[in-house]
Design a binder for this molecule. Structure first.
Ligand code: NAD
Ligand code: UDP
Length: 397
């Protein structure tokens, strides 16, 4: 999708600059959103996070064209009284803060529930009490499993979109039993969505909820032992990139049969920009009280296919040959531990977002290979040297 600038409204008049309190601004999505807001809008960002490595390039030096329009506040929202003050001075709050790596859901379920529900409560409360707009990031995970997944494997209704396409205002949220702690994240996200929705209904909170469907791209997660804990397990894109850079087989959990639709971060960010534009155009009704799926329904692969595509693209960008055994199967218990479970398939219905925001133009093609190529080129350029140094250290032991 072509990039736009967001400095004038539909009639060509300059848009009113607003101040955005962005919580979780130092993460994957936050860093791309901050970049976009700095380069293409007149808005100011109060960037809240415990880390700022991924937005350092936007914060220094003072000579950057957006100097003064982005301020970093190192705040842990669990316990910091400065949060309310920042929300009060902002026109809009965007909450991205979360524990959102599946390896944590079953191994650190308490932290996961606190992060995704309890820690988000003050954000909702301060927005509601101070009449401030809120864009809250939920997840596609909230849908859990598809209805079709409960049918026998070769049942014809499994091919019927009614049994798998995920619709904001129709589809149920289907989670596994409590002992499958994988669902701690989905359940916490569901409860905070319900709370925000209720606050809208009872107190008039103006909100928009975003459900991202596997956004991927540069700066996603971390590389274990390089810029993250060596025992950490990031999401699949970073897991596979890490395997490729280390020259080890990609691990297919339970055979890699689960299906996902992936969307490139820069395309997904355009939709968030449209939501922000609605606020700055003073036409918030289009986004207010809405829950939006944001994904690309045309871009579905199994995890196994993703592994094959990433291997092929990595060989091209790195010039290295493919391994003799490029993938290995691993059980979910071995990979994630007790209590893991999986979403079988995630195809977003895009009717609501196209109806509410689509008039500003959003057309996505199927661009799997392009998005993998730009992402893996970035990973290779950024990390190959670090992995080379690690290998030298290992070899000299
Ligand atoms: P991320 O982990 O890269 O970013 C989250 C950021 O929040 C991190 O920088 C982290 O330091 C910060 N944070 C966490 N707890 C905090 C706290 N207590 N105080 C201050 N900062 C804190 O994740 P992301 O991929 O950028 O995801 C952002 C949001 O989108 C999350 O709510 C996530 O659940 C949701 N989401 C993302 C995807 C995706 O495809 N990337 C999919 C589904 C949902
Ligand atoms: N997965 C895998 N190998 C890995 C990491 C993940 O096969 O090294 C699988 C995981 O079991 C899931 C899918 O990839 O089926 C997507 O995982 P991700 O961590 O990106 O999060 P999810 O989409 O489940 O929220």
């Amino acid at each position: 999708m072509a990039s736009k600038t967001y400095r004038v409204d539909l009639d060509g008049n300059p848009i009113k600059p607003i101040t955005i309190c962005m919580i979780g601004a130092g993460g994957f999505i936050g860093s791309h959103l901050c970049e976009k807001l700095m380069s293409e809008t007149p808005h100011t960002v109060l960037a809240v996070d415990v880390y700022n490595d991924k937005i350092k390039h936007l914060l220094e030096p003072d000579s950057l064209p957006w100097a003064g329009r982005i301020q970093f506040h190192r705040i842990n929202i669990k316990h910091d009284s400065r949060l309310e003050g920042l929300i009060k001075v902002a026109d809009l709050t965007i909450n991205l803060a979360a524990i959102c790596t599946p390896a944590d859901y079953n191994t650190r379920p308490l932290d996961t529930i606190y992060s995704n529900f309890i820690d988000a409560l003050p954000v909702v409360k301060y927005c509601s009490e101070n009449n401030k707009r809120l864009i809250h990031f939920s997840a596609c995970e909230i849908y859990g499993k598809t209805i079709g997944s409960f049918l026998p494997k070769d049942h014809p209704l499994r091919q019927d979109p009614e049994f798998y396409v995920l619709k904001e205002d129709v589809s149920p949220c289907i989670f596994g039993p409590i002992e499958k702690q994988r669902w701690s994240y989905a359940c916490a996200k569901q409860l905070i969505e319900r709370l925000i929705y209720s606050d809208g209904a009872e107190n008039g909170l103006e909100f928009t909820i975003v459900r991202p469907f596997n956004w991927i791209g540069p700066r996603m997660d971390f590389f274990p032992g390089v810029d993250g804990p060596s025992e950490g397990v990031p999401r699949v894109l970073a897991c596979f990139s890490n395997n490729l850079l280390r020259g080890e087989p990609l691990k297919l959990v339970d055979g890699g049969q689960s299906q996902r639709t992936f969307i490139y971060i820069k395309d997904a960010i355009e939709t968030v920009m449209l939501m922000i534009v609605m606020v700055s155009l003073q036409n918030p009704a289009r986004a207010n009280g809405q829950i939006f799926n944001v994904g690309n329904p045309n871009n579905e692969v199994t995890v196994k296919q993703l592994a094959e595509m990433m291997t092929e693209v990595y060989c091209k960008v790195s010039g290295e040959p493919s391994l003799e055994v490029p993938t290995v199967d691993v059980s979910s218990k071995e990979f994630y531990g007790e209590g893991y479970d999986d979403s079988d398939k995630r195809i977003p219905d895009m009717t609501v977002i196209n109806r509410q925001l689509g008039s500003l133009g959003m057309v996505w093609d199927c661009w799997q290979v392009d998005l993998l190529e730009s992402t893996l080129t970035y990973q290779h350029r950024t990390y190959a040297e670090a992995f080379h140094r690690i290998n030298i250290k290992h070899d000299s032991r």
